[in-house]
Design a protein around this ligand. Sequence first.
Ligand code: ACO
Length: 391
Amino acid sequence: MKQTSSDGGDLGGGTPREVADKPTKGLADVVAASTALSDIDGKAGRLFYRGYDIHDLAGRTTFEETAHLLQRGSLPSRARLADYGAELARGRTLGTLVERDIPEIAERQAPMEALRTLVSLAGADDPDKDSNAPEANLRKAARLTAQQPILVARYHAARTGATLPEIDPELSIAGNFLLQITGRRPERRAAEIFDTCLVLHADHTMNASTFAARVCAATLSDMHSAIVAAIGTLKGPLHGGANEQVMRTLEGLDPRGVAQAVRDRLAAGEKIMGFGHRVYKTEDPRATHLRRMSEELAEASGDDTYYRMSREMEEVVLAEKHLYPNVDFYAATVYHYLGIPTDLFTPVFSVSRMSGWTAHVIEQHADNRLIRPDSEYIGERDQKWAPIGER
Ligand code: ACO
């Protein structure tokens, strides 16, 4: 029988705690929560948002519609989308603390650190900050989704000294983000492609950052705290940080020596960023779309070097390790061709995933129980205490 103590402490008297189940390292294959938001079939390589196949949504549904689907439970009608769009527009105000501190933050913090700080600061001015009530959570989810692209753009403008273009009400979140980051009104197709990227990254079951958000929310902490936990978790190179590392790898390789360089790295036991996935055992369905968009943008740019290098890397990693590209691999070149600076790739991920994180917080609060797993103790036992001078 499994014997536990709810506070995780030793049961005393040196009695070893019986733990029936060995932990699964990294919680692989452990079902940690129930969700109606997204579902993955890892063997077939399929992803669904609230029952809709990602292949049906990508390129046909906007990011705003997708965020509505995740946060509010359904694909919106035109009227509902207009209301939601108006709510997003009203929610763009960042608050006094952000306004005051952004110049110094931009000077001293790297992009993902800055976002962690800025979301926390924005929370201070959120009118619903002290409420976890369902209606308050819906409003905060919309505001956080509206603010995230602006925070990234404001941060980038502050560190570069560029003048931030005004939001264009005619453009989508995707279009406005490209406008504010590049300083140019994006071509229609570029905005469509970036919008599809945001749709593809919106939610992904119990990924590390979403799990972190849910653990935080399950203590009945507030949505901003949960999102700060998620941003800190997304930052790591094994998760969202991989997209930036993919671009750095491409930039560091000699285009004529890609295959050999990748083989050498694999032989040295190195991981190649942008490949492998805990859940997918075949191609990540998001990568299928991103590869296509990368090819299209590469052709349009007149220099497809990075795209060709990516294809070569993909072939080698598949042949050598039977690993497929994940969402981060082709996202890197897509963002590069769209003119987004490399160190903003992971922040871009957060712009999209904000819709999923906030939806998960809403879901967690709606049917909550503290998330508190057990652990297997592997340390010393029966230690004899001695006064400090006798150790
Ligand atoms: N390159 C080379 N080898 C790899 C890679 C890779 N990208 N990914 C996994 N492997 C190998 C491991 O070295 C390991 O080999 P071993 O059994 O011989 O030791 C085996 O495949 C299993 O790898 P794990 O790291 O144990 O697999 P896990 O399920 O824990 O990790 C992860 C999944 C973190 C995504 C992993 O594949 C990885 O590190 N990939 C690179 C980072 C990356 O692209 N992260 C983004 C993931 S998608 C996302 O979070 C948005």
